[in-house]
Design a protein. Sequence first.
Length: 504
Amino acid sequence: MRRVLLAAAIVLALPVSAAHAADRFNSAPLRKAVTVPNMLQHSFALQRIADNNNGTRVAGSPGNDKTVNYIVQQMKQTGWKVKKQPFEFPFFQELADPVFERTAPTPHTYTSDEFQTMDYSGSGDVTGKIVPVDVTVPMDPNAPASTSNSGCEAADFNGFPAGSIALVQRGTCNFVVKVNNAKAAGATAVIVFNEGQPGRDGVVAGTLGEPVTIPAVGTSYAAGAELVGMYRDNQAPAAHIKTQTLSETRTTYNVIADSPFGDPDRTVVVSAHNDSVAAGPGINDDGSGTAMDLELAKNLGKQGPYPRNHVRFLWVGAEEEGLLGSHYYVDQLSDKQKLQIIAMLDFDMVASPNFARQVYDGNGSEAGNPAGPGGSGFIEQLFTDWFDSVNQAHEPIPFDGRSDYVGFTDAGIPAGGIFTGAEKIKTQEEFEMFGGTVGAPLDPCYHQACDTTNNLNLQAFVEMKDAAADVLTQLSMIKGPIRDGRPVKVKLGNKAFKGDTPLR
């Protein structure tokens, strides 16, 4: 049974966790100042930016550049120190639906659920013979993952007929290694099929991680094995592959805003991401976190107890391209700067229409959940204490590697956050806890053009902003270390610092 605390109207001394006692600070002024109407003004601004820029705010696009400038403009009005941190990244966009047709020995047009263009594929319109390269067919279903070494060595392509389409298998090396080896051998396109073990038999929907200059598509094990069988039976399989993509290196930005108050040796980092996917405006993902963080920052220090700890807001870029901005930010930190960060809060999607109240499982207490760095359980407890205090049900979710906390947790920095859900289907148990629609995604418009201002659940928005405001208040005021009974191990260079953060 969850512990219920009465919401405080004045500063109360309450235990925050079993591992560490701390004063409970009054968050009511900040919660009152951060309002849904004001957050929605930012949401509408982001929608207008997308509407005027091909319906998207994807990283590296004019819509994203205008989003970044909007955030900078808003934060400069607060008196905070604001800067843009530029970085380069590989940009990819499909410009038209791809084509994958078997032309011999019997015609077959592959549908969109039978293949996908690989991210960072080049453009091209090619027809040629299909030649398998060092494939393992049939695959032993009991073989471990990454058994096939197909296409991983340049020598695999010895004797490869230039002008042909290479058929390679998922396995031990990165997809881009296979494609680059194929290109060097004269391949005009590459088909990557799945490896074949249980769980590795569906359509490969992979990323090459960097731009290539020839078409590359992914397909299932069954489709690939069928082509291998045709080749071995001397049926000379051939295909027509057409891709139209934009794959190039672009520049985007993190926005970094530092408070004019608080001890810089005790810094709390609060993050959202400033980009959307190419398919839509991203007003929930993550325009909701962006809007909420703007209002939290604009009111922090003006409402409620004056923060004794330094606060830094980040609106990171290229999250949708692989968490690139947050990793870049952490990678640029010195050892001293890492030690100065006592906690990181991640707010990515906080107004999902069929929402659940989800809290990252910082200490890994749920079976199968990986624990965050020491101190992450403390942050989790702050969120669960808040939800308990207002009698709102919540559930733990794992650090599953899908948002911007990863760069911080990889560096050993305590992290936590709240989330209202993406493509996950709502269960009966979640319906009983949160209401909504059983069997529907938590966000039916996740990564789609319909992720507009109409996609925001205002009840979720108000509940999440209150939780965020409360936990930010606690962390901005706390005197002691962020501790949950496990050692803090911040990674400094090639070594791990063990102890309580921060150090002067």
